[in-house]
Design a protein around this ligand. Sequence first.
Ligand SMILES: C[S@@+](CC[C@H](N)C(=O)[O-])C[C@H]1O[C@@H](n2cnc3c(N)ncnc32)[C@H](O)[C@@H]1O
Ligand code: SF4
Length: 390
Amino acid sequence: MRQAAQSVEADNMPPLGIYLHWPFCSAICPYCDFNVYAAHKNTADPQDWLAAYRAELTYAHGLRPVGPVHSVFFGGGTPSLMPAELVGDILNHIDALWGLAVHAEISLEANPVSAPAPHMHKLRQAGITRLSLGVQAFDDAALRFLGRTHSADEARRAFDAARAIFDRASFDLIYARPDQSLDDWQKELSAALALAPQHMSLYQLTLEPETPFHARARHGKLALPDEEVAADLFELTQSLCTAAGLPAYEISNHAAPAHICRHNQAIWQGGDYAGIGPGAHGRLTLDGKKHASLALRQPQEWLTACREKGHGWELNKLSDAEAAEEAVMLGLRLTDGRPLAALAAQGVSFDKAHLVALQEDGLLMARDDCLQASDKGRLLLDYIIGRLLA
Ligand SMILES: C[S@@+](CC[C@H](N)C(=O)[O-])C[C@H]1O[C@@H](n2cnc3c(N)ncnc32)[C@H](O)[C@@H]1O
Ligand code: SF4
């Protein structure tokens, strides 16, 4: 279905990706504060969604017509609930507008129970090349605690199917859960690594305001591991994954070198991405300056805005200081950091004495050509940025 992209990428434009948000889930997890709604609240039909996604993509293309698109990421929510035809039609529209690069990475997030194998096959045929499964835990009691509707066995089976069907597959786990000991996590992560994944996203549980978990914590009914235990769990994660050939390439993302998620890596390296769909964030370089887009969060309001004026975006130019701070923050999340020359090209400048002081404090690696956090520094990014850009 896809033509090889012929568009010429201008030398001075960052590479372009598309993030597309599907805001529905079959059940809302008690820890999650993403822009999500219960699937039964989706009253619009797939044709309405297609028309709205097409309109907002066309609007984004009008602003930033230079392609090709190197990556598309269907995130959510649970985009594996999308009809495969809708996914395919969206990809065809992206291809018609910008051109999809020949080896474009097309990822989609899935929940193990909302992506049975026949649906995965259809998604593959629609153009998805990479599936990211929200496993969260390989322990049935932990899955119940997290409010998940699948079992560890179902997650394993879904991952096996994903691996067989897509070019690449990954899964997410949440650790540093209440009462999780180092020993528990060692066993669970070892079991995960025994599946020989090539990419994993490993997140420490965070208590997000307005979530049921946050309320439970306020009432003393849930407590996260203290800082020291969390740091030990993080270190254990790094050593087990590195030993298994899956070092961290970003704070929470681990991969064999050929399996790094190119979409997210490009964003951390300052790439452009059009954020399409309810509540989606985006970053586009327009007239040489980074702009931030934020789409209306409520699905119905977003659909109406797309129907009436072609998009649901609010678009704001970042100040030079905001753009520089963001470039440093994103770059320092990457294990390899960012070359100073690349940061300078993004308008980042700082006093060399600040850099040297942070290197002497052991928070940045002692490198002349690159801004790279040490393992200790990567957990203190706000502090580093405050001092570096002071
Ligand atoms: C959009 S979801 C992934 C796909 C699908 N919705 C699912 O959950 O199966 C993105 C990921 O964010 C992570 N996440 C969400 N809220 C979190 C929290 N409060 N703490 C840690 N990780 C969280 C989960 O690992 C989740 O898989
Ligand atoms: S973690 Fe995934 S399934 Fe759960 S509410 Fe968030 S987006 Fe939906």
